[in-house]
Design a protein around this ligand. Structure first.
Ligand code: FRU
Length: 502
């Protein structure tokens, strides 16, 4: 039965129906941003992994397309290859001749073939498929696999073009060994092992979905310097070790080796700095390939969910969503290079009606800002914490429910313990915390609420918390509060959000 209310987001990507997990094959080509994704075409639970497909002119408005790369059965009629995570690239001019002669440019996917026979898991290796029609239909490469170590756990190829040496680089992971392996190829078919990196940072969970990229560096004032550093993202690493999440490493990459920047001692202590998202529901994010020059740096999309309870989300007929596309940068700080994540600038196109208030002083009180919204909006809030022990907002608030987002004890926190339905899985009810330092005495928050999704970006993207909530009422209020002293909400603006799908 359809749960009430409908938890389908209005401006985050969700599939028309059934299960999704990781974004795959993110690539831009001729006016289309492609989003492929881990998808079960047959059920609202994980299984029969195939690549679902959607395209967008702006990374916000998506057109759903049929399944692009389906799971397939081998000639013995029993062995199956599921299409696990991977990436796609554009082979300009079809130089490697994978697509039929005369094809202008060839779209090439590198993905993990997850091979099973009945209940038996036989292998994971890296396969290639190609498309001559902008990702609509795909052909499996006859000489697959292209990288095979004879392992059962070896996956998630992340491929990009390394211009300085005119070659393709592929990063894969050995999940159980917490290692990323780097390969190079001139033709996408033959791959040579270059080096590996790993068993550092958070190794409490298996490593998945690596993503390596050069990232522009800003100075301490936020100005673009023209410098870049390399960042390796790994899905594994959460401040609460029994949950999955993402961590990042800053270093150099010379076409052969990724070497940690010794001036960024962060990776050894995930709790203090190299956590990508301090919420529970951001994972498996990878970057876009072949971005138009108008994008000022990498753009990443992540899967919104957590393997701790992924299958239990109370949504039908779909399960899982994608984050807003995030613009990635690094900022120099006294403590080293800090990752910045912001929704891409075009997200401002979603803004509808606007309401602003200024200079709201709060002393041990809670006041309403909006009495009933549709729980689909963007908020921009500037807070002077003053003497208050705790200051912030309560969102999706009804008689017995609210999601609290506040600053307390030097931390940005999100408390979803009273957010609505939290009982569908006993690990769901939680309080998230991210260390946060006010800038010039102020904290700025950009909060995206979208029915069942909350993304909070603090201090220009230095900290991000992404979490699901499942309020049981269809509308919800917004309250402002301060406890244990006085604080000021310098400014709060709410824009209703224009839907991008439905
Ligand atoms: C990450 C992951 C990947 C794998 C895929 C399978 O969420 O476990 O490592 O390729 O999902 O669906």
């Amino acid at each position: 039965a359809q749960p009430k209310p409908d938890y389908r987001p209005l401006y985050h990507f969700t599939p028309p129906q059934n299960w999704i997990n990781d974004p795959n094959g993110l690539v831009y080509y001729e006016g289309e941003y492609h989003l492929f994704y881990q998808h079960n075409p047959f059920a609202n639970q994980w299984g029969h992994m195939s690549w679902g497909h959607a395209v967008s002119p702006d990374l916000l408005h998506w057109q759903h397309l049929p399944v692009a790369i389906p799971e397939f059965t081998h000639t013995d009629g029993q062995t199956k290859t599921a299409i696990f995570s991977g990436s796609s690239v554009i082979d300009a001019g079809n130089r490697n001749g994978l697509c039929p002669t005369g094809t202008k440019d060839c779209m090439v996917a590198l993905y993990t073939g997850h091979v099973t026979k009945g209940d038996e898991h036989l292998a994971q290796y890296q396969n290639l498929a190609y498309s001559a029609d902008k990702g609509r239909t795909w052909t499996q490469y006859a000489k697959n696999p292209v990288v095979d170590l004879g392992l059962k756990e070896f996956r998630d190829p992340n491929v990009f073009w390394y211009a300085p040496q005119q070659k393709w680089i592929m990063t894969t992971v050995k999940p159980l060994e917490h290692r990323a392996l780097f390969y190079a190829s001139k033709d996408l078919k033959n791959w040579e092992l270059l080096s590996d990196f790993g068993a550092v940072g958070d190794t409490s969970k298996i490593w998945e979905c690596p993503a390596l990229m050069p990232v522009p560096v800003q100075d301490e004032t936020g100005r673009v310097t023209g410098d870049q550093e390399w960042v390796l993202f790994i899905s594994a690493g959460h401040p609460q070790k029994d949950f999955i999440g993402m961590q990042y490493f800053v270093g150099t990459f010379d076409g052969t080796r990724f070497i940690l920047d010794p001036a960024n001692p962060k990776p050894i202590a995930p709790a203090t700095g190299n956590v990508v998202d301090w919420g529970k529901d951001y994972y498996a994010a990878i970057q876009y390939n072949n971005l138009p020059a108008s994008q000022p740096g990498p753009v990443m999309i992540g899967w919104l969910n957590n393997w701790a309870y992924a299958g239990d989300l109370p949504t039908t007929p779909f399960k899982g969503a994608m984050s807003l596309p995030r613009q990635i940068a690094l900022k120099r700080t006294p403590a080293g290079l800090q990752l910045l994540q912001q929704p891409i600038a075009a997200t401002a196109k979603l803004r509808g009606d606007k309401r602003t208030r200024q200079a709201i002083r709060l002393t041990n009180q809670i006041i309403p800002f909006e009495s009933a919204t549709d729980n689909a909006y963007e908020l921009e809030v500037t807070i002077a914490p003053g003497t208050a022990k705790k200051v912030g907002l309560k969102l999706a608030r009804s008689a017995n429910e609210a999601t609290a987002i506040y600053y307390a004890d030097g931390k940005l926190q999100l408390d979803r313990r009273q957010s609505g339905n939290v009982t569908f899985n006993k690990r769901f009810a939680s309080v998230e915390e991210a260390p946060l330092t006010p800038k010039n005495g102020l904290i700025t928050l950009r909060i995206f609420v979208d029915k069942s999704i909350v993304e909070v970006y603090a201090n220009d993207g230095e900290r991000v918390i992404t979490d699901y909530i499942f309020p049981t009422e269809t509308t919800g209020g917004i309250d402002l509060f301060a406890e244990g002293g006085s604080a000021e909400i310098r400014q709060i603006t709410r824009w209703s959000s224009k839907p991008t799908q439905q």
